[in-house]
Design a protein around this ligand. Structure first.
Ligand SMILES: Nc1ncnc2c1ncn2[C@@H]1O[C@H](COP(=O)(O)OP(=O)(O)OP(=O)(O)O)[C@@H](O)[C@H]1O
Ligand SMILES: [Mg+2]
Length: 269
């Protein structure tokens, strides 16, 4: 994205002079408070809305209204609200809709849908009516619909919101294992640090960009953007104020426990 600004038709400014790039295969978290422009950013990338100013280039091709259809096929977009995504009266059909539209054979559709149902934890839900399902279950249907298209680039808007702890852990594991380029808008800093290697911090303008460790080390910047650091990082930052020194700020409980183990071992010697 090069110098992208976007205002909605009613005049609300959503993004201002945003420039950033994502390399193929990278997983990037987009962090920012409510109204920061995260969903707007994803919609622009997916060619659903077009910025008045600046440009978007995907795989070397400038995104324009004329070529948006072709470029859109590279992206799988998980909307923030599953009700905006699901429209078929049966789970199986909703997930199969995309693959059928891609023109896949009956066998290929069947295998793409089965695989997505498995990944999204929806085995046994195939015949259910999505609109009679819970919010978290609908979120899984929407996720399965995106995965079934096997897109090159995943645009995920709050993928873990309303999932229960197990659903959240399972989805994190799935997303970590996918090799796709991934852009994930989220409020959940723990999810961000478990899935993504880089982060863009946004509040209409770009506030910061870098590795998650770089971004989470700047606590005043995060506070200014109304964002928290993961609990485990918060603990270590507090200990640092008390004089504890460590090599790298841990971002996951596992990293934290490794870190503490080393510190205790050093103490013993
Ligand atoms: N259709 C719309 N018409 C007018 N203004 C809009 C529209 N959609 C979003 N906005 C405004 O644009 C700004 C950015 O909204 P956006 O939905 O991109 O934020 P967000 O970072 O995704 O927020 P959240 O964390 O709440 O999902 C907000 O000020 C919002 O009120
Ligand atoms: Mg949003």
């Amino acid at each position: 994205m090069d110098d992208v600004s976007y205002s909605y038709p009613d005049g609300t400014l959503a993004l201002q002079n945003l420039g950033w790039r994502v390399e193929r295969g990278q997983k990037v978290a987009v962090l920012g408070p409510n109204g920061a422009g995260k969903s707007t950013l994803l919609k622009i990338l997916a060619g659903l809305i077009f910025p008045k100013r600046g440009s978007v280039t995907v795989d070397g091709v400038k995104l324009k209204k004329k070529n948006a259809d072709i470029i859109r096929r590279k992206f799988g977009f998980l909307f923030q609200d599953p009700d905006d995504q699901i429209f078929m009266p049966r789970v199986w059909d909703d997930i199969a809709f995309g693959p059928i539209n891609l023109g896949l054979s009956e066998n290929e559709v069947e295998s793409a849908v089965r695989d997505a149902i498995q990944k999204a934890g929806l085995v046994g839900f195939e015949e259910r009516v999505p609109h009679h399902m819970s919010y978290g279950e609908k979120k899984r249907v929407a996720i399965a619909g995106v995965l079934a298209m096997r897109p090159e680039i995943l645009l995920l808007d709050e993928p873990t919101s309303n999932l229960d702890p197990r659903g959240r852990t399972e989805l994190i594991a799935i997303l970590r294992n996918l090799e796709n380029t991934m852009i994930i808008a989220t409020h959940d800093v723990n999810v961000a640090s478990l899935i993504a290697e880089r982060a863009l911090v946004l509040n209409k303008k770009k506030l910061a960009e870098g590795s998650l460790r770089e971004v989470f080390s700047q606590s005043s910047l995060l506070e200014g953007a109304n964002l928290e650091v993961p609990d485990i990082a918060k603990l270590f930052l507090l200990l640092q104020e008390e004089g504890l020194s460590f090599e790298e700020l841990p971002l996951s409980v596992r990293e934290g426990s490794e870190n503490l183990k080393h510190l205790f071992e050093r103490k013993k010697r």
